[in-house]
Ligand binder design. Structure first.
Ligand code: NDP
Ligand code: 2IT
Length: 460
């Protein structure tokens, strides 16, 4: 018995040294890319027990290969603004991993976009896409273009210029982009139009999140938000809890937030706060979602204007304060690192029971430690928000078969996928000695499928 334990400890130490060594090499090769380092660190640390059990992955340098993108494309995006002035932005597409399917992942248009942000998102996407159980690899792209304050025509001209370069690198069996921050139905429409024009062919499956009249899937708009709530529902159910009667705080007021709020309301919860990058609103009666949809989806206005229609609500400048509101469930659905250690401690002190990450990497590593250390149910992004890309893959399937499915059909499939991700993550956590830890479980379950495909396909 003692000998067995000694051998186990020894293999754990070898695996830990291997993981640390590769992590240091990643940091050295990608200097000054803190978001990318953060995403890599979280996953690598989870994988130590996997390497202890499967030393063959170390022998074939799976970690060294999986953390180096297959291809990084960076390009100039020149366009002319409404004043006739030439503007230049930078475009990116990181094609990270194609072992289980064509590269798949969103495009982000936001002034903060840089190589580190796109790499962290692309790296996360590998494991998220694997968790969905569908045949999609990992990729991500975007630009430092800021759609805020731009006219429709400016957005169109920028987007057409962006696609004029991007189209050389994508295709329905090669790489399939979709939306993310700053890229919604309008941008996908312009991107698709320009791709179709250049290609001279109707390749519907080249982009997902398309309009319903030209190859889009019912439920794709709702998928990330609904999926996030479906996942948290599973976490709660395991502890005899539910959304019904609970108080919820959702950050952001974009695509993910709006449909997380909608589903939470449908399940009997009261969502009392949401935000944008300027500040947050608190409505003790529960957020009126019609007002938020009108402001954000139609008029593209600031969340502050909510209080004009609902004087009982209050607006607070600055978005960090949203985490000081008492709630049972918090759904960060805005952006990366929006919950730091202090915000996490505040949520815990105020009695939060569950966190569901609708955004990508919204909690810092320190914040995650606070949640796990205080037995707060914690749904990590790559599992919790996988519903969006999962329905994107269902959109690709509908495009290939040229047969659209009903809302109910896609929603039922989404619900099943989210339940499966939960079960697979919780099972992997148990199997690798960290019962209940969905961070470790999701990382391991997502990794093993891709690692096995990499082993089977040789050193490529
Ligand atoms: P949207 O552009 O529709 O909405 C983003 C929301 O977050 C807006 O309310 C925005 O406010 C706010 N926000 C953006 N940047 C910041 C910032 N730096 N600080 C504070 N608030 C900010 O994007 P999505 O809803 O699509 O995406 C939200 C998150 O969900 C992102 O992390 C994205 O990667 C992730 N995600 C999206 C998926 C999808 O299908 N769309 C799928 C899976 C994950 P403002 O309007 O002021 O900019
Ligand atoms: O982060 C994400 O998963 C997305 N932005 C959705 C990607 C997609 O291809 O639908």
């Amino acid at each position: 018995m003692a000998i067995l334990q000694e051998i186990q400890q020894e293999s754990m130490q070898i695996a830990k040294d291997y993981v640390n060594e590769v992590y240091e090499a990643v940091k050295k090769r990608n200097p000054n890319e803190s978001e990318f380092h953060q995403a890599v660190k979280e996953i690598f640390d989870s994988l130590v027990p996997v390497f202890a059990k499967h030393p063959e992955y170390m022998k074939y340098s799976v970690l060294e290969r999986i953390s180096e993108p297959e291809r990084v494309i960076m390009f100039r995006v020149p366009w002319v603004d409404d004043q006739g002035k030439v503007q230049v932005n930078r475009g990116y597409r990181v094609q990270f991993n194609s072992n289980i399917g064509p590269y798949k992942g969103g495009l982000r248009f936001h002034p903060s976009v840089n190589a580190s942000i796109i790499k962290f998102l692309g790296f996360e996407q590998i494991f998220k896409n694997s968790l969905t159980g569908q045949p999609i690899g990992g990729g991500k792209g975007g630009s430092d273009f800021d759609p805020k304050g731009k006219s429709d025509m400016e957005v169109m001209r920028f987007t057409q210029s962006f696609m004029t370069e991007l189209c050389k690198h994508i295709g329905p069996d090669v790489d399939v982009p979709a939306g993310d921050i700053g890229v919604g139905a309008r941008e996908i429409g312009y991107l698709f139009g320009q791709y179709k024009r250049i290609r001279g062919a109707y390749e519907a499956g080249v982009l997902t999140g398309k309009g319903l009249g030209y190859g889009g899937s019912l439920t794709r708009t709702e998928a990330t938000g609904y999926g996030t709530v479906y996942f948290v529902e599973e976490m709660l159910k395991d502890k005899g809890l539910s959304f019904n009667g609970s108080t919820v705080v959702v950050s952001g007021s974009g695509n993910v937030s709006i449909y997380a709020i909608e589903k939470a309301h449908q399940l009997g919860a009261k969502v009392v706060a949401c935000s944008d990058s300027n500040g947050y609103i608190y409505d003790p009666n529960g957020i009126n979602l019609d007002t938020v949809k009108q402001l954000k989806e139609v008029e593209r206005k600031r969340i502050q204007e909510y209080v004009l229609a609902h004087p009982e609500a209050t607006y607070v400048e600055g978005c960090e304060g949203i985490w000081s509101i008492n709630c049972d469930i918090a759904l960060p659905c805005a952006t990366q690192n929006e919950i730091n250690e202090d915000a996490a401690k505040l949520l815990v002190a105020n009695g939060v029971k569950a966190i569901g990450e609708g955004a990508n990497m919204p909690s810092t590593l320190e914040a995650i430690d606070v949640f796990l250390g205080n037995n707060v149910l914690f749904g990590p992004a790559k599992a919790t928000n996988a519903g969006g890309v999962a329905v994107s893959a269902l959109e690709m399937a509908q495009n290939s078969s040229r047969m659209p499915w009903s809302f109910e059909e896609v929603d039922a499939k989404l619900h099943d996928i989210m339940k499966n991700i939960y079960t697979n993550s919780i099972t992997a956590a148990e199997e690798y000695g960290q019962p209940g830890n969905l961070v470790v479980g999701a990382n391991i379950a997502g990794f093993i499928k891709v690692a096995d495909a990499m082993m089977a396909q040789g050193i490529v």
